[in-house]
Design a protein around this ligand. Structure first.
Ligand code: GAP
Length: 488
């Protein structure tokens, strides 16, 4: 049976070994914000690289962009975020704790997170038998009210020309507003995709479970543009590819599943959506979203065509988004500036979009949880992270068995050589068994030990993390051996 790992064990290992720390910890910490330490920054960077390799580097039909976090306010009017991007919350009249309405359950054990309520439906939502997670009182809530999720900030030093902006709540919109630029500056032809990895910000009501849901987080998003009518096939293709990505990077199949969204769960822009879910060890072990693969239809490009037309109005109203009306039923969309002309078919259309949208922090947590293991070796507990080699922060560690007889120099030279190719760590402190354990906890796939025999026959001991098996490899074959095993 699969072992259930406690999240507390992961959190404490992350702090102990320098993967993840609470933000601003010396000032008491800042809720739901986290910093990645020396091992964490490597792990997260490897998650990013693995995503980029699979989604951009290995494909002929996807290009990348890196857009700014601050964007023109009309972007968020057009995308629908300025009007609709809110959570419905209710406040407990007894303890004043505010909770997302869709997170309220009928008993404290139950967990629900799959309802997408429209603000207009809020008043009808029955909270009379829901339990407050703060004090346990039943049905003592205020009327549900919308809580805006976008962070606001001011741009400009002068009061007169300063402008209210939002921190982007998703990276996707940077891609849509650059659709024309990418078309005009590259040779891409539909079907093709534009990918981006970057920070997003949401003033989440409920934050929980370490880096699972935070207010500042990183997304990896692909907007794949295709001809209407081919969108269902592309949706299936990306759903399979994205599921397989996690499996290929070592996530256990029994901990991963696909879950189709029910109609009432779909976001305002989506025709279909499926979540890749991971069985996270929160509470009793909940299936939670890692990534969504949505069919966004032509919603965003159409909306931005409408948004572009409101620019004058926006100036007239001094940037009051509430005065801007995007509805324009008579518009000839297919000929608009964000349409695409297919040379072969001599046809113009607004492309449909398939969007796989993953969380870098959330998948980093899944990789950590899935790799975490404890076992007993010779009566002693061994903690280890069984990372896929592509994700391991350190690929190999080199040890001299003892700090004398020229062994440190040989080991240091090997380590310096390998650093040109991958992260390699030199350690000469303490008993060799202890050094192995430290690397096991960091998830390092290979440890190389230089000993007396190295000086005689030029071989070193190579110890593999998971099996702990050891073999002697000659130093001139070592780099090739490791690069093959690590696939780098
Ligand atoms: N552009 C579509 C979009 O943003 P989403 O389902 O809201 O869709 C996509 O977000 C992914 O981003 C999620 O599956 C999750 O991995 C990650 N994500 C969203 N909100 C997050 C948060 N507050 N903290 C950490 N990751 C988050």
């Amino acid at each position: 049976m699969a072992k259930i790992t406690k999240l507390d064990d992961i959190v404490s290992l992350c702090k102990r070994r320098g993967f993840i720390f609470q933000s601003s910890e010396i000032y008491g910490g800042l809720a739901s914000c986290y910093d990645y330490g020396p091992l964490g920054v490597e792990l997260k960077s490897n998650v990013r690289k693995a995503w980029w390799k699979s989604v951009v580097q290995m494909r002929d039909d996807v290009v990348g962009v890196d857009c700014s976090i601050l964007m023109h306010p009309l972007v968020w009017k057009a995308s629908g975020h300025a009007d609709k991007f809110a959570d419905l919350i209710a406040e407990c009249k007894k303890c004043n704790v505010r909770t997302r309405v869709d997170h309220l359950a009928e008993n404290a054990e139950e967990h629900t997170e799959h309802i997408s309520l429209d603000i207009a439906e809020a008043a009808e939502y029955d909270l009379s038998n829901k339990v407050c997670p703060g004090c346990g009182k039943i049905g003592q809530f205020t009327e549900p009210m919308p809580f805006k999720l976008m962070f606001e900030t001011q741009m400009g030093a002068n009061v007169d020309d300063s402008m209210m902006l939002y921190l982007r709540p998703e990276t996707a919109q940077g891609i849509f507003v650059n659709f024309r630029n990418v078309l005009d500056s590259t040779r891409v032809k539909i079907p093709f995709g534009i990918a981006q990895i970057g920070k997003s910000f949401r003033n989440e009501v409920t934050t929980k479970a370490f880096i699972f849901r935070t207010r500042e987080f990183e997304q990896a998003e692909l907007e794949f543009f295709c001809q209407p009518g081919t969108d269902d096939d592309w949706w299936h293709t990306w759903k399979d590819l994205r599921f397989q990505w996690y499996i290929d990077l070592g996530i256990k199949k029994e901990n991963l599943r696909l879950r189709d969204h029910a109609g009432d769960e779909l976001a305002h822009y989506a025709k279909a959506c499926v979540d890749v879910e991971y069985k996270f060890p929160f509470g009793s072990g909940d299936w939670q979203e890692l990534e969504g693969i949505a069919n966004r239809t032509d919603y965003d490009l159409r909306q931005h065509q409408r948004g572009m037309r409101t620019l004058n109005k926006w100036y007239e109203t001094k940037g009051d988004l509430t005065k801007i009306d995007l509805s324009d039923e008579a518009e000839d969309y297919e000929k608009g500036p964000l349409s695409y002309f297919d040379e072969e078919q001599k046809k113009r259309f607004i492309p449909y979009v398939i969007e796989p949208s993953a969380g870098i922090d959330r998948s980093t947590l899944a990789f950590l949880v899935d790799a975490y293991d404890e076992e007993e070796v010779k009566g002693q507990k061994r903690n280890l992270l069984r990372f896929h080699p592509a994700l391991a922060p350190i690929k190999a560690a080199v040890f001299p068995l003892v700090k004398k007889d020229g062994l440190p120099e040989i080991a240091q030279n090997i380590c310096n050589d390998f650093k040109k190719y991958f992260n390699c760590f030199y350690d000469q402190k303490g008993a060799v068994g202890r050094r192995y354990r430290r690397q096991d906890e960091a998830g390092t796939p290979y440890c190389l030990t230089v000993d007396g025999q190295t000086k005689e026959d030029g071989t070193v001991t190579v110890r593999e993390r998971d099996s702990m098996e050891q073999e002697r490899i000659s130093t001139d074959k070592l780099l090739g051996y490791l690069r093959e095993k690590l696939d780098i």
